[in-house]
Design a protein around this ligand. Structure first.
Ligand code: COA
Length: 166
């Protein structure tokens, strides 16, 4: 199987949003409910929002392709307060989960952090997202703290912050 990881291209933004909707609608309603799932999709996975991020150049978007088909993606950026890289998004198509592709994108992000001199990669994950928490533990992350964030619309993100030393 030919697996590649490449930067997200402008012409692939719409397909990435489709993939995000597929993963989120399958995975998140049982964790945060349908309303919050749709609210967060509308906030984050609109092509114009992602194109604006790409144009600003403040974040890395990585797309993983299997035989030229996009099956997973990640994004990361330098965290504000500390000298850390934030793994902000990590999603694998449902039928391709648990096969190591998430781990490949984590490794790719950690390599970048190392090359750029960030000693820590951090992320936030919903406290009830047990499979993702297990995946992050497997790939070397530990829970540092809890974090509750108001995201508007009457919704909160009730997360753990996890970190991995590089
Ligand atoms: C979480 C996620 C990114 C992990 O990527 P992945 O490619 O599935 O995971 P990997 O194959 O690299 O790692 C395997 C580990 O992940 C966990 N895991 C992944 N899928 C799992 C599943 N269906 N059931 C149970 N554990 C699972 C396990 O800890 C597993 O370790 P094991 O093989 O020892 O059981 C991916 O499953 C995903 O996109 N999930 C839905 C969206 C999500 O929660 N994203 C993270 C947001 S913070």
């Amino acid at each position: 199987m030919n697996v590649t990881i490449a930067p997200l291209a402008d012409e692939d933004v719409d397909a990435l949003c489709e993939l995000a909707r597929l993963v989120w609608r399958q995975h998140y309603p049982s964790i945060i409910g349908t309303s919050q799932t749709e609210y967060m999709l509308a906030q984050r996975y609109v092509p114009s929002v992602i194109r604006a991020e790409l144009a600003a150049g403040n974040a890395w978007w990585d797309v993983l392709c299997l035989e030229k088909e996009t099956i997973a993606f990640a994004s990361s950026f330098p965290a504000e307060a500390r000298h850390e890289m934030k793994l902000d998004k990590l999603y694998v198509r449902p039928d391709q989960q648990h096969r190591g592709y998430g781990g490949m994108l984590i490794a790719h992000t950690c390599e970048r952090a190392q090359q750029l001199g960030y000693p820590i990669v951090m992320l936030a994950v919903n406290k009830r997202n047990t499979k993702a928490i297990a995946a992050y533990h497997k790939h070397g992350f530990e829970i540092r703290e809890a974090s509750v964030k108001d995201i508007g619309g009457g919704f909160i993100m009730d997360d753990y912050v996890m970190t991995k030393s590089i």
